[in-house]
Design a protein around this ligand. Structure first.
Ligand code: UDP
Ligand code: MG
Length: 344
């Protein structure tokens, strides 16, 4: 992929990480890297760290790292991460300058992972760390993405469950890729998928959709979502709406087609009005001046919708182009003589 000028430091990292070169990676890359976004999680972190460390040790011995990303917390989260990491070189601390939101906190953590496998997990113990073992087994079976699908959602409001269902149904109907339902960002991904994810420069990040877009061998693992260990949800309604919009607009330009639909509705209305006028004319009940006014209004209305639809068509393509995603992703090339795609 072409190197593009980047405005921020984090983007530079993403571009660098995009090169899937094993040569520049440290010789002793850990087997597992865990990325944990944390926003005001002071009550949950000590318990989380204990369980996560035990889960990592069970599958990787000492070959793991846990990356805590403090997403501009206003409580003692950063101090607690500091205490946890004292004397433990396997704990990496990342402090973001302000609250950037869950998706960017995960992205920041992902930009520095070194492991062969990367686990993305919430800090509140709603996602059980012990599932790492089963996910690693599926990884050993050849899967590159193992996402956890929620069977039951303990402790979640009817409102959240109902809106999530509605959102995923809408997303499923307009999205260009199949984004699984009842799936958050809790997942294990291979180094190759992580490199490819880091190479996607889009600003508006909907990670579960981006990973679905990357393809490869993906599978799910069912689990019952535990209640939050402590504190309350950090996903406010406005953050949820922002995430939903990132998903809907990031994977489809279908909403831009609304103008063309309205244009055709306008044309149908125009025909109906013409019929109405003709009937009025033949039966001598025409209202003077009304017909011309109605038709002029419909004509200009339809004209405007068409112009908006034309702009929408160009805008949709421009939008997809500026996202700068790779055109396609090659999993394997089977050939007698080694070759490299020029633009892959
Ligand atoms: N989080 C974050 N930044 C935010 C909001 C949330 O890093 O602005 C973290 C939070 O600390 C947790 C994870 O993202 O580890 C998921 O958030 P939460 O559990 O509040 O969401 P829910 O499970 O209720 O959807
Ligand atoms: Mg949670």
């Amino acid at each position: 992929m072409a190197k593009r000028p980047s405005a921020t430091a984090s983007k530079t990292v993403a571009v660098r990480a995009s090169k899937p070169s094993t040569a520049r990676r440290p010789v002793r890359a850990p087997k597992v890297s865990v990325v944990v976004p944390c926003y005001n999680e002071q009550e949950t972190l000590p318990a989380f760290a204990d369980r996560m460390t035990a889960a990592c040790r069970a599958v990787a011995g000492a070959s793991y790292e846990i990356i805590f990303v403090n997403d501009g917390s206003r409580d003692r989260t950063w101090n607690i991460i500091e205490t946890l990491s004292r004397g433990d070189p396997r704990i990496v601390r990342v402090n973001l300058a302000r609250n950037h939101g869950h998706q960017l906190a995960v992205t920041a953590g992902m930009s520095i992972v070194r492991g062969d496998w990367i686990l993305i997990i919430d800090a509140d113990l709603q996602d059980p760390p012990e599932m790492l073992a089963d996910m690693m087994k599926l990884g050993a079976d050849g899967f590159e993405v193992i996402y956890a699908r929620r069977r039951a959602r303990a402790d979640e409001t009817h409102f959240k469950v109902a809106t999530a269902k509605l959102f995923y149904r809408l997303l499923g109907s307009i999205s260009e890729v199949n984004i699984p339902q009842d799936v958050g960002d809790f997942r294990l991904i291979s180094r190759r998928i992580a490199d490819r994810l880091n190479a996607m420069p889009e600003q508006d990040r909907f990670i579960r959709g981006m990973v679905a877009w990357l393809g490869g061998r993906q599978t799910e693992i069912l689990y019952d979502r535990d209640p939050r260990y402590a504190g309350e949800t950090k996903y406010t309604l406005s953050k949820m709406i922002r995430l939903a919009l990132a998903g809907l607009t990031g994977f489809s330009t279908a909403p831009l087609n609304l103008a063309i639909i309205l244009a055709f509705v306008g044309i149908a209305m125009g025909f109906a009005i013409v019929v109405y006028i003709l009937i009025g004319y033949f039966f001598g009940q025409a209202t003077r001046g009304w017909s011309s006014l109605a038709l002029i209004t419909v004509f200009f209305g339809v004209g405007q919708f068409f112009c908006i639809a034309i702009m929408g068509a160009y805008l949709g393509r421009t939008y997809m182009q500026v996202k700068g995603r790779p055109l396609y992703l090659i999993d394997e090339i089977v050939t007698a003589e080694p070759r490299k795609p020029r633009n892959g």
